[in-house]
Each structure stands twice: as structure tokens, then as C-alpha cells.
Design a protein around this ligand. Structure first.
Ligand SMILES: Cc1cc2nc3c(=O)[nH]c(=O)nc-3n(C[C@H](O)[C@H](O)[C@H](O)COP(=O)(O)OP(=O)(O)OC[C@H]3O[C@@H](n4cnc5c(N)ncnc54)[C@H](O)[C@@H]3O)c2cc1C
Length: 116
């Protein structure tokens, strides 16, 4: 009898996509192996802003509260400046199909955010 573990899914790369996929499939009961080549987390310049449709994906994955509490801040408006003057203010929450704000990444020094 073989002792080699068997998996339903092997995901190569534990970035935003791979780790989200692995978590979602594992939660449905599948045996998932996630392979990541980096031994230590590298804080790469990525994912600083998430539009409402991305926020909706966080909600469907059930991790929106975690992201929000750990390092996210909701930004309901998008302001565009030209020559130091604000020329456009878009109310993202009311004008997006998802009726959600933008989520911005924010370092919070490990402090719990209000409501978390
Ligand atoms: C500079 C920059 C800024 C960005 N800003 C934003 C933003 O503000 N908002 C936003 O929504 N998106 C942003 N993006 C896009 C976002 O980062 C990507 O869409 C997202 O990271 C893609 O996820 P991924 O899991 O496919 O790839 P990645 O996040 O790149 O993850 C790939 C993973 O695979 C691993 N890997 C690679 N090869 C192997 C291997 N052979 N074996 C094992 N592991 C391996 C890597 O180490 C890495 O961890 C930005 C991208 C860049 C480059």
C-alpha cells in the first residue's frame, strides 16, 4: 500500500490567486496542497487598492472581515486632482454595481481596528 499522500488539488504559487483558490476549495472539503517557493513572506508592492468588485470577491470568500480588520480601510470616494485641485469626486459606493467602497491597504501596527 502506498503512503504517498493524495490530493484533489495541487496549487503551485501561494500568491493572492493561489492562496485564495486553495482556501476556498479546501473549505469545501477537498484535500488541497499549496506549494509556495518562498520560505518567508515578502511584503511586495501589490494589492494596495481593491475595487468594489474585488471587495465583493472577498465577501464571497468569507475573508472580508479579516482583511478589513488586519490592514484594510474603506474608501467610499475616489478623488482625482489636477494641478493641486480636486476636479472629480466619485462616490464609489453608490455608483458601483456592488454598492461597496474601495478597500485600501493600510498598515495598522497590529492594532485591532474599531468594530473588529
Ligand atoms: C507593482 C504592482 C502593483 C499592483 N497593485 C495592485 C493593486 O493595487 N490592486 C490590485 O487589485 N492588484 C494589484 N496588482 C496586481 C496583483 O498583484 C495581481 O493581480 C495578483 O498578485 C496576481 O495574483 P497571483 O496569485 O496570480 O500571482 P502572485 O501574487 O504574483 O503570486 C504568485 C506566487 O507564486 C509563487 N511562485 C512562482 N513560481 C513558483 C514555483 N515554481 N513554485 C512555487 N511557487 C511559485 C510566487 O512566489 C508567488 O508567491 C499589482 C501588481 C503589481 C506588479
Amino acid at each position: 500500500m502506498s503512503h504517498i499522500p493524495k490530493y484533489d488539488l495541487i496549487v503551485v504559487g501561494g500568491g493572492l490567486g493561489g492562496s485564495s483558490l486553495a482556501r476556498a476549495v479546501a473549505q469545501s472539503g477537498a484535500r488541497v496542497l499549496l506549494l509556495e517557493r518562498e520560505h518567508q513572506f515578502k511584503d511586495r508592492v501589490r494589492g494596495e487598492a481593491m475595487w468594489p468588485w474585488g471587495y465583493a470577491e472577498l465577501q464571497s470568500l468569507g475573508i472580508d472581515q479579516t482583511v478589513h480588520c488586519e490592514f484594510g480601510v474603506e474608501q467610499p470616494h475616489l478623488d482625482i486632482y489636477f494641478d493641486g485641485e480636486r476636479v472629480v469626486r466619485r462616490d464609489v459606493t453608490s455608483t458601483s454595481n456592488q454598492k461597496l467602497p474601495t478597500m485600501l491597504a493600510l498598515r495598522n501596527g497590529g492594532r485591532a481596528r474599531p468594530g473588529c
